[in-house]
Design a protein around this ligand. Sequence first.
Ligand SMILES: C[S@@+](CC[C@H](N)C(=O)[O-])C[C@H]1O[C@@H](n2cnc3c(N)ncnc32)[C@H](O)[C@@H]1O
Length: 399
Amino acid sequence: MSDMISERQALAVRMHEAGVFAHPEWRRAVESVPREVFLRPGVFVPDETGRWSPVPADRLDPALAYSDQSLVTQLDDAITTDDVSEAVRGTPTSSSTVPSLVVDMLGKAGIERGHMVLEIGSGTGYSTALMCHRLGADAVTTVEVDPGVARRAHDALVKAGYGPQVVTGDGLLGHPGGAPYDRIISTCAVRRVPYAWLRQTKPGGTILTTVGSWPNGAGLLRLTVNQDGSAEGRFLEHTSFMQARAQVPPPVARDLAARIAYADSSRVTYTHPSLLLGGGMPAFLAQLSAPGSQVIRTADEEGLFQTVLVDAERESFAQFIPDGRQWQVRQGGPVALWDDIERMLRAWQRAGSPGIETVRVYVTVDSHTYRVNDDAVLRWQHRLLPLSPRGRATHAECS
Ligand SMILES: C[S@@+](CC[C@H](N)C(=O)[O-])C[C@H]1O[C@@H](n2cnc3c(N)ncnc32)[C@H](O)[C@@H]1O
């Protein structure tokens, strides 16, 4: 089936030297699972112009297949290397995640032999195969929202000798058919942890997922499910994953000028808006303060870059305009986005700029509460708004 054995072993050695394996059986899984089988029909490699060059599976360099990097297999929810012969522009929508990141997450989720595991975001099926190798295929269920991606993952898993249940569906709903699970692990990012995942995890079980609304502001969250159906835990580190499809932010860049035409206020800010773009704790905390917002960086006709924060759900914006050594911030709409974020960033600095590992989370059926240490100001509650006696709103309100 495969003759890339030496490359596979070399990857396992590099990962071992980097201290990635929480258990020797994960090393054996990496040594055994042929990643190239999962990279079909091929991968996209970025070029220096920002385009993606297709590399069909039969021309895949073994060094690339076993590089410790993410390999993109689909663009714009549809395009695979079968569809194009030249470099194209597009947004990655499915991939094989960085192997060391996957294995690190399997360790952090505390996955062990005997566990029943639900994976959200099958992608190529490579991470599914690693789990099948260690736990047996009967213990693994994987959910993928894209039918074509799910079919290819299923076929690759079968070809590699594994037969877990591959479900085509929205992973935000979990997969009740296989519940309860000991572990739920997600390889796509969610804006909040779906309550279905709590319901489908055994008390004492673990949920590991990337949580965040901004690609550069997300963190890896580990939760333990309580007897009463709530869950609690903390963020482990900053991380970044493709957003769950239903939660991809709406396109606002095209009509940006109209959205920011009328401001309610304009003032000087000494807090540099590039903090929003840089990632780390400022971006993480900013997206907690304005969870429905997105940061847009555009160039005007003169080629000058501008940064704009848009909250489409709450019809509000903050636009930053350079003004000598400081910035003017124009804010419009019912929520003064930057006032909230700037106040929170100052409180965070006063508290000694604590790291993401100090952020604790408590999840119930209708709320997420985030706390930085026990700071009275650095605390957010995102609630799901009741819509009617029969249903609930699907968006979070921040209080
Ligand atoms: C980074 S890839 C997963 C990588 C995969 N674990 C691997 O090792 O190949 C993220 C995947 O999540 C899928 N996805 C996005 N939203 C989803 C959802 N709501 N439910 C299930 N899968 C989803 C995407 O289609 C994509 O294939």
